[in-house]
Write a protein that binds this ligand. Structure first.
Ligand code: IDC
Length: 305
């Protein structure tokens, strides 16, 4: 049964993501790399493989706003929107959940491109309205000088735009320092329903200090969604740390968290789960995957949701 048939439209009940039947539900799957970098994976063959060969229920579409032909810099908006819509339409066709990720990163603060965000989310929600598959992630990773009050101000602009056309949609909100400061959201949460705050980890860089921060927030009842993680260093390169990764996944299991893995790409970096040079769009064997790909694929297949 397709994920959407099983769970229908999602809601945030207290601190939990729940399905149309009021049962707790967990989303898990792969994030694309930037849509401008790797558009080839936004195709039916790949999404079908993610659903049927890897057992995932969600795909995240990363639309960079700033870097490398970013949507708000030198990217071709029409082309990028075309790839984004294609990805959403495919996920809907295959009954998967789809996270539209407004990939704030190089510009630090989501306020920099807030006008463009309003335009895109207005257009998206007009187009997809009450489609239960969509989840809106309005700022991937604020960082640098961006503080929680900037993210709040931005959210208070963008969330009402989304709510006008899609009143019940689940919205994911990033936090300062590359979505690691969920404690600041806990201290001063947003005044909207159906919100989850994102938390990102890269197991070889992030250890106990951040795990404790996350646990404190979860124990205090903050709704948290891991919309990006990997077992590499935060650069996306370097070694993997299996032991630290196991500690992170113990938390994911204990609290029933959703998690999305960075990234579906055959890049030179270890976080790109497919071997550099492998051109396949589906049917990846273990030899076609890096150690990250093998680990996460096994993990997805062990989910029994
Ligand atoms: C990285 C990509 C890399 C690209 C870079 C651009 O893997 O190919 O050159 O972005 O700045 C994040 C970000 C995500 C990063 C990833 C790895 O959300 O965009 O991707 N990462 O560095 N947060 C922590 C790690």
């Amino acid at each position: 049964m397709a994920p959407i048939e099983k769970h229908g439209s999602l809601k945030v009940n207290n601190d939990r993501l729940t399905d149309a039947y009021g049962q707790p539900v967990r989303l898990y799957g792969m994030s694309t790399h930037g849509l401008a970098w790797r558009p080839e994976y936004v195709c039916e063959e790949t999404f079908r493989a993610l659903r049927d060969e890897w057992g995932t229920n969600t795909v995240r579409l990363a639309l960079y706003t700033h870097e490398y032909h970013g949507y708000c810099t030198d990217g071709d908006k029409a082309v990028l929107r075309g790839i984004l819509y294609k990805g959403i339409d495919l996920a809907v066709k295959l009954g998967m959940y789809v996270i539209v990720d407004w990939h704030v990163l190089g510009e630090f603060s989501p306020l920099v491109y807030a006008d463009e965000a309003e335009v895109l989310f207005e257009e998206l929600t007009r187009r997809y309205g009450s489609c239960p598959n969509l989840i809106y992630e309005i700022c991937n990773e604020p960082n640098g000088t961006a503080e929680w009050h900037d993210i709040k101000e931005y959210s208070e602009r963008v969330i009402p735009v989304i709510r006008r056309n899609d009143p019940e949609a689940v919205v994911l909100v990033g936090t300062p320092e590359w979505s690691q400061h969920c404690d600041q959201a806990l201290a001063e949460p947003l005044g909207f329903d159906n919100i989850m705050y994102t938390f990102h980890f890269y197991s070889a860089t992030h250890h106990d200090r951040l795990r404790s921060r996350l646990i404190n927030c979860l124990d205090a009842g903050l709704p948290v969604f891991i919309s990006e993680c990997s077992m590499t260093e935060a650069s996306g390169h370097g070694r993997t740390d299996l032991e630290s990764n196991d500690s992170w996944f113990k938390i994911i299991d204990r609290y029933g968290l959703s998690y999305i893995v960075w990234s579906l790409s055959a890049s030179r970096e270890e976080s790109g789960v497919i071997q550099n040079g492998c051109g396949k769009l589906s049917g990846w064997t273990d030899d076609d995957l890096k150690s990250t790909g093998r680990w996460f694929k096994d993990r997805f297949l062990s989910e029994n949701d």
